[in-house]
Each structure stands twice: as structure tokens, then as C-alpha cells.
Write a protein that binds this ligand. Structure first.
Ligand SMILES: Cc1ncc(COP(=O)(O)O)c(C=O)c1O
Length: 382
């Protein structure tokens, strides 16, 4: 019966990050710097709010978009933090940013339309785009410090272009876009029949300056994706958000309703605590990530590796091109000979080839041990 599985589903694959992690995870003594998941516990008061939801019987379906107070809190949060202006009917609470992306693409993508993506990029977009019968079009951002720009986008626009994905701060590179760069992209697409899907899941983790959202200049054409997985160390609670004009959310809500009904009511109560009393919870974590980033960046530079200094998220993306191996072969060799796991850059599209991703969502002690091992390995190869 397997031949009856839909060809689009057969043709997508498990993410290269997971594949690599699963391949190497049970090696004894391995230091794995592969996973993009905060290593801090969920803040105590957020956990308490989840427990209270259970004891208080807040355990039933909610409004499909999430209970009103939560949507209001999400609007207040992004107004205060990023100067964005949304009303509760322009918000949907989703099952992580992942579901937000899924319902977004299913709502806006027709078959054979094109979606522009920066390469290298988070591998979660392409399969969802392909499931819609649409086509991902990658733009090589390596010559521009991994940053998409109006200049890079312009030659790729045509009558099939339906969407541009702007995933900044970036997984896997840590790149961010400046206000000026975002304004230029907004000016380029304004008035064209093109959506911008702005995945801002790392918006609370910016190291210099503040986070800017393109929605400030392109509100009518932008669908903002965000969530609490990274900012509040809540990956397992599965809470994300979509912000978009109500003429978009009213359609998205149908897809969301028939797919999941609503986000877990317990997680929603925890999310309310995170966005109100915990609105600045990310700050202490951000400072620690920055310290780790500075440390790991310096170590990689001292090893002679070429690497862009990240300005957000929790990844470094050094070049390993000098070793004359594919990123997959290099990463396997580092696992076998040094006992450190890094994600091969090829997991992030063909434009990630020649790099590896190091996540610094790990303790300084673990980072130090991993980087010591990597340094010994690199010295031996020189
Ligand atoms: C850029 C980006 N978008 C979305 C997600 C998915 O987030 P969530 O766990 O909230 O579904 C991730 C997770 O790693 C990510 O890195």
C-alpha cells in the first residue's frame, strides 16, 4: 500500500538536523552542540501558571485563536517591544511557530507559485512549501554576510512569486537585518501581490541594537510568526503566534481550526504568564547567550576558522571550506575523531555547504570541552 502515499509526502524528508542528531546521539562521551533548544528551564512562575490551569480546570477547548486575554497580551507584548500595532482579532495562537508556518503557507500558497528563501536557511520551510505544491527559490546570501537584501531579491521576482520568507535573526547563521535593509525590502515589494512571511521566533535574542520587524513598514502584506519556544525556553509547551491583518487571519483560522482546534489550554495559561509578568524573562538568558557567543566566537577565530559574528539567535556558522570535504563528511569525521557533534551546513540548503552549525544553547563548561576537542582535531589536521 505504500505506493498509495501521496507523492508530495513521499518526496519530503526528515530534517537534516534531526537525521544527523539521531545518527550520532548514542555515541558514548559525545559532546553534542547540535540542538537549537534553550538549555534553561522554563521560568518557575510560568510553570506555576500551567499547574494552576490544571487545578483550576482550565482544561477545555478555548476560542480557536486562543483565549482573548492571551491574544491581548500578545498584542501588548509586540507593541511594547517592537512597536507593532495589532488587535486581538489579528492574532492566532498556534501549536509552536511550526504550526504557524504550516497554516500560513497553506493559506497563501497556490500550486506552482514561488517562495523566495535566503540560503542557508532553517530547514522547516521547504517541506511545507512543497506540500502546498509551491516551489522554493533559494537566494545565495553568502556574499552578503548571510543577509537577504532588496538588491538580491529583485532579480528573482516574477509573476509566480507569491511570498518571501524573512527569517531573522537567522537560524543557522545568527544574522539580523538592519532597519534600513528591512525598509528597502518593504519598498521593493510594497503594492505587489507578494506576501512577506517574517519568522521572528528569535526576536528576543538580539545582541546589539534592537529587533525590528518588517511589519512596521509593510503591515498589509506581512505575516509575522513568533512564539515562546526560544524566548521563554518553552519548546515543549508548543506555543506560537501569527500576527496578520484580519482579512488574512480570518482565513488562516479555518485551517488552524480544522487542524488543531486550539493550542493546549494549559499552555495558553502558561503563555499568558510569560507575556505579562514574564515579559522580560528572556533578558537574563540573552545575556548568558551573548557571553557564550563571545566566548565561542573567539575560540573559533583563534582556531583559524572563518566565521561571521552573529547578532542574534544562538548559533555560529563557521566555514570549513578549507578542509576540502563536504560538510557532512567533515561533521562525521569530527564526531569520530574528536567526539564533538556539529550540524553539517548542507542541512540548511545547498548554500549551507562548506559550513557547520554550532549551537551555543549549552553551558559554558560544555562549550569549552566541545571547543577544546574541536581545536585539537583542527591542529592535528593542519
Ligand atoms: C527559524 C525557526 N522557525 C521556527 C522554529 C520552530 O519553532 P517551534 O518550536 O515554536 O515550533 C524554529 C525552531 O528551531 C526555528 O529555528
Amino acid at each position: 500500500m505504500e505506493h498509495l502515499i501521496h507523492s508530495r509526502v513521499k518526496n519530503i524528508e526528515i530534517s537534516g538536523i534531526r537525521k544527523f542528531f539521531n545518527m550520532v546521539a548514542d555515541r558514548p562521551g559525545l559532546i553534542s552542540l547540535t540542538i537549537g533548544q534553550p538549555d534553561f528551564p522554563t521560568p518557575e512562575h510560568v510553570k506555576e501558571a500551567g499547574k494552576e490551569a490544571i487545578t483550576g480546570n482550565f482544561t477545555t477547548y478555548t476560542h480557536n485563536a486562543g483565549f482573548l486575554e492571551l491574544r491581548q497580551a500578545a498584542c501588548d507584548f509586540i507593541r511594547e517591544k517592537y512597536g507593532l500595532d495589532y488587535q486581538p482579532d489579528e492574532v492566532i495562537t498556534t501549536v509552536g511557530a511550526s504550526e504557524a508556518l504550516d497554516i500560513t503557507f497553506r493559506t497563501i500558497l497556490e500550486e506552482r507559485t514561488e517562495v523566495i528563501l535566503p540560503g542557508p536557511v532553517y530547514p522547516g520551510y521547504e517541506p511545507l512549501i512543497r506540500l502546498c505544491g509551491a516551489k522554493p527559490v533559494y537566494i545565495d546570501t553568502r556574499p552578503n554576510g548571510f543577509r537577504l537584501s532588496a538588491e538580491l531579491i529583485a532579480p528573482h521576482l516574477n509573476e509566480r512569486t507569491r511570498c518571501i520568507v524573512l527569517p531573522y535573526p537567522s537560524n543557522p547563521t545568527g544574522a539580523t537585518l538592519s532597519e534600513q535593509e528591512l525598509r528597502e525590502i518593504a519598498a521593493l515589494v510594497k503594492g505587489r501581490p507578494i506576501w512577506v512571511v517574517s519568522d521572528e521566533i528569535y526576536s528576543e535574542l538580539v545582541y546589539n541594537g534592537r529587533h525590528h520587524s518588517i511589519a512596521k513598514w509593510l503591515r498589509e502584506q506581512t505575516i509575522v510568526i513568533n512564539g515562546l519556544s526560544k524566548s521563554h525556553s518553552m519548546t515543549g509547551w508548543r506555543v506560537g503566534f501569527v500576527f496578520a491583518p484580519s482579512f488574512v487571519t480570518k482565513h488562516m483560522l479555518k485551517v488552524h481550526q480544522y487542524s488543531v482546534s486550539c493550542t493546549s489550554s494549559i499552555s495558553q495559561k502558561a503563555a499568558l504568564a510569560a507575556l505579562t509578568a514574564g515579559k522580560n524573562d528572556a533578558e537574563a538568558m540573552r545575556l548568558q547567550y551573548r557571553e557564550r557567543m563571545e566566548y565561542a566566537y573567539r575560540r573559533l577565530i583563534d582556531m583559524g576558522l572563518k566565521v561571521e559574528k552573529p547578532n542574534g539567535a544562538f548559533y555560529l556558522f563557521p566555514s570549513i571550506a578549507a578542509f576540502g570535504q563536504s560538510s557532512f563528511d567533515f561533521a562525521i569525521d569530527v564526531v569520530n575523531k574528536a567526539g564533538v557533534a556539529l550540524v553539517p551546513g548542507s542541512a540548511f540548503s545547498q548554500y549551507g555547504e562548506g559550513h557547520v552549525r554550532l549551537s551555543y544553547a549549552y553551558s559554558l563548561d560544555m562549550l569549552k570541552e566541545g571547543l577544546d576537542r574541536l581545536e585539537r582535531y583542527i591542529k592535528e589536521r593542519q
